[in-house]
Structures are given as C-alpha cells and as structure tokens.
Design a protein around this ligand. Structure first.
Ligand code: GUN
Length: 295
C-alpha cells in the first residue's frame, strides 16, 4: 500500500483563519462592529499561558478585538464570577473563554455555567451541549477541538462522510462525546470506545474513520487500523526524547504515527494536525457569536 496522506492541519487552519479574516473585515466595514474575544486565565500554568497567548495572537491577526484577563492563582471564586458577569454584559465582547484547568478552590462548572450561552465560544455550557446533542448545530456554539477534528476528516475524505463507520477512542465531555454528535450529524455510524471496551484493537479495525482522543501516548498501533482508514489524532502527549539530548522531550499523539503511515489512507500528525484547527475554530465561533448577537 502507498504511504498515507499526512493531513496538514496547520495549512488547513491557515486557510480557515484567512477566510475568517476576510469575513470579519466585511462585517466591520458593513456594521462598524469588530468581533471581540475575551480570554480569562487564572494562575501561571505554562501550558495554559502558551495556549492563551496563541489564542490572543490569532484573534488579533483575524482583525478581532482581543482582551486577555490574567488573574492570580489565589483569586476568589466570587471575583472570577464577577468578571464573567461583567464580560457577559459588555457589548464589545462577543466571545468569552475561561482557560481550563482552574485552581482547585474554584468550582469549574459554576464558572462555565455563568457564561452567556451566546458568548460561550468553547461550547461547554449545558445549553450548547444540549443544542449539539439535539442536532441544532445552527444555533449551538460547537466545541472547537471536535469541530476542527471533523473538518479535517471531511477535508481528507472529500466532504462526504455519509455511511462511514467511525470509532472514537475516548469518551470525554469536551472531545469524545461532542465528536460523536458531530459525526452522527454527518451520517456516520458511530462507536465510542473507552478504557472498558473489550477487544479494542478489533473495534478500531472496523472503522473507516478513527478518532483518537484518549491522552495515552502512541497507544493505538499501526496494525489496529483498517487498511485505508482515515485517522484523526487528537492526543497531545509529551514524552522523553533522549535522542534530542538529556532531559529533552517531544510531542506525540495517541496513535503510533510511524507504524500507522503504512496502514492508513490519511492521518493527522502531532504537532501540526488537530492543534492548529482548535484555534481556527475558536475564531470561527467568535465571528459566529458576533453575527448572532447583532441579530
Ligand atoms: N484547556 C485545554 N483545552 C481547553 C479548551 O479547549 N478550552 C478551555 N477553555 N480550556 C482548555
């Protein structure tokens, strides 16, 4: 079999953000309104700081107003809730994202539930979860990583996923479950596999589309894949890389990428696969929220 197509998430994300930049410019020239994205980060987790910086930078590049609120790790829950309330009320803010995880003394659900569903560009609010689950994707704001993952699958398979069998490995609320909903909307036959699934390799081998979202480095092996499958690897895992020098690390996905290349038709790399799509979809949600809030 010929080697797999490596799906270039970075290039596809760049074409999505180019399109959003053009649409945002049109919106501003027609209405005077610039989409506004407020990102809230609590504490100094280095990975969160990198994500938040990238979100702010991309928002600016799209021509959005980008506001980052940095709060100390010991901020009270009341103060954080008060900030979310003020962002809910601020007409210049169309999208609100509170970077997770939050410090342990703060009730994450209480914060996420307070975000106005119409401004919930993460798509984590129960209203948006319900709208997605009931197939109302025209009214929901859809979580970014799931939306980006499905878009990559569509790009690799020529848009039409109808009738394909899809196996999602991982049942998280923020990745596995929403991807299942989106693939159902695309008329796939969907299985969600997880840590208690029996005969996981055989289940994965039944799939035309494999979505790996377990958070275990290189867990899904090449010979678990049906020849010709399309693989979307959502995992981002840091592992030791002694070949790069003492103490060095590298990023890998949930799929044993080198092995998989010989089995699959198409696969996303890590990095430069799903990761860049997450930010592009956040920009898309912010523009969508701005348009809807203007009525
Ligand atoms: N932390 C890691 N991923 C995410 C995400 O998609 N949204 C938010 N808010 N926090 C995160």
């Amino acid at each position: 079999m010929s080697e797999a197509l490596i799906i270039d998430g970075k290039a596809i994300a760049a074409s999505v953000t180019d399109e959003i930049t053009a649409r945002a410019a049109r919106l501003e020239s027609e209405t005077g309104v610039k989409p506004g994205l407020a990102v809230v980060i609590v504490g100094e987790d280095p990975a969160s700081q990198v994500y938040v910086r990238n979100k702010g930078r991309t928002a600016k590049a799209c021509g959005f107003n980008s506001i980052t609120h940095t709060l100390p790790a010991d901020v009270s829950e009341e103060e954080l809730l008060a900030l979310v309330t003020s962002l809910n009320e601020d007409e210049a803010v169309h999208g609100i994202l509170v970077q997770l995880p939050l410090p342990k003394h703060i009730n994450e659900n209480k914060v996420l539930d307070l975000i106005k569903p119409e401004k919930d560009v993460d798509g984590f609010h129960p209203i948006n979860v319900g709208l997605l689950g009931s197939g109302n994707t025209d009214r929901a704001l859809v979580p970014c990583t799931p939306a980006g993952s499905v878009l990559l699958a569509k790009k690799a398979l020529g848009d039409d996923l109808s009738g394909k069998t899809a196996v999602i490995v991982g049942r998280s609320n923020i990745v596995g479950k929403p991807i299942a909903q989106l693939l159902l909307q695309e008329h796939c036959t969907v299985t969600i596999a997880h840590s208690r699934t029996k005969d996981l390799p055989d289940v994965v081998r039944s799939a035309d589309i494999v979505i790996a979202a377990v958070g275990r480095p290189q867990m899904i092996k090449g010979d678990w894949l049906k020849p010709g499958a399309t693989v979307i690897d959502v995992g981002i895992n840091r592992i030791p890389a002694p070949e790069k020098g003492k103490g060095k690390t590298r990023l890998v996905g949930d799929v044993a990428f080198d092995e998989a290349l010989g089995h699959t038709a198409a696969i996303t790399p890590v990095p430069r696969g799903v990761g860049p799509m997450t930010i592009a979809m956040l920009m898309s949600n912010t523009l969508t929220a701005a348009r809807r809030l203007m009525g």
